[in-house]
Design a protein around this ligand. Structure first.
Ligand code: ATP
Ligand code: MG
Length: 282
């Protein structure tokens, strides 16, 4: 029903793609696991999804079953050579496509810093992709830093999805990220930027710690926190080694159910959000 309604809406009115950066400068908190599995779940319910791997570690690329291929990343495009549409690769999963990453993106932070409009390179490279009307959602998997690649993702995005691991100091860093968001908004780099939502990951209901951390984060961040909490699950951790998102690796696992629910919450927030402003081109 939701799929039919969405398809009908798209037929009568061109809905611009929403761009979401999955980001947290802390390492290993579940960014890539969330980007890959959310992308697959959104695609499974009918959204046309582009997973943009902006992390030189290329874990999202291998997580959807693609090999790292030299020259296949967005690196050259970000430097101004060629177009991003040519970098898009299909996956084995319907409606899910990917801009792969590879290790050359490591150099991008340094190289981009020397160029004009260095914060708008991702935004500008995505413009023809948005104009092609091929996608409903673009999910950007960010590296674990607030370096130039991540700032580029922020500058291009309609909203940030921030995974927080259920451990002490989970909130560490979110105030720094909020300061960066405010700066990008105030300087006009991306006036529409906000946090779409915070998702708690690697939750272990048997431990007091997990429950306390979720409680504290909900107290501090309120409605920004998604209802869905992602459980700690061996299946989620092993699915990437088979190059499959969890819904294609073990459809009936708790991890699959959690990401399916998260996808519904994300869709509800995206559909409730105001339409995109035109992309900042300066
Ligand atoms: P990085 O900062 O290095 O990019 P990340 O934030 O993208 O890391 P992931 O790669 O998604 O984090 O996850 C870190 C590790 O934790 C991986 O080995 C992943 O398989 C595992 N992991 C992530 N989420 C879960 C989960 N819900 N249950 C169990 N293991 C998980
Ligand atoms: Mg990652």
């Amino acid at each position: 029903m939701r799929l039919k309604r969405h398809a009908f809406f798209c037929l009568i009115r061109r809905v611009p793609a929403k761009i979401i950066a999955v980001a947290n400068q802390k390492g290993g908190v579940g960014k890539t696991t969330t980007a890959v599995n959310l992308a697959a779940c959104l695609a499974a319910v009918g959204r046309r999804v582009l997973l943009f791997d902006l992390d030189p570690q290329a874990n999202a690329t291998s997580g959807v079953g693609l090999e790292k291929i030299e020259g296949a990343s967005a690196y050259r495009v970000l430097l101004g050579e060629g177009g991003l549409l040519d970098k898009i690769k299909p996956t084995a999963f319907e409606r899910l496509e990917v801009v792969p990453s590879e290790v050359d993106l490591c150099a991008a932070d340094l190289e981009l810093a020397r160029l004009e409009n260095h914060l708008l390179r991702v935004s500008q490279s995505l413009k023809p992709v948005l104009d092609s009307n091929r996608f409903d959602v673009v999910l950007i998997d960010c590296p674990p830093s607030l370096g130039i690649l991540t700032l580029n993702a922020f500058a291009a995005s309609d909203g940030l999805l921030v995974p927080l691991q259920c451990e002490y100091y989970a909130l560490e860093g979110i105030s720094m990220m909020n300061r960066v968001l405010a700066q990008l908004r105030d300087t006009g780099v991306n006036p529409r930027l906000d946090i779409l939502g915070v998702v708690m990951t690697m939750f272990d209901g048997r431990t007091k710690l997990s429950n306390e951390v979720v409680g504290e984060v909900r107290n501090r961040l309120g409605a920004k926190v998604f209802e869905t909490v992602i459980p700690r699950s061996t299946k989620l951790a092993e699915a990437p080694s088979f190059g499959k998102p969890i819904i294609h690796y073990d459809k009936f696992s708790a991890g699959a159910a959690a990401y399916e629910l998260l996808a519904q919450e994300v869709i509800a927030r995206l559909d409730a959000a105001p339409e995109n402003e035109p992309q900042n081109s300066g």
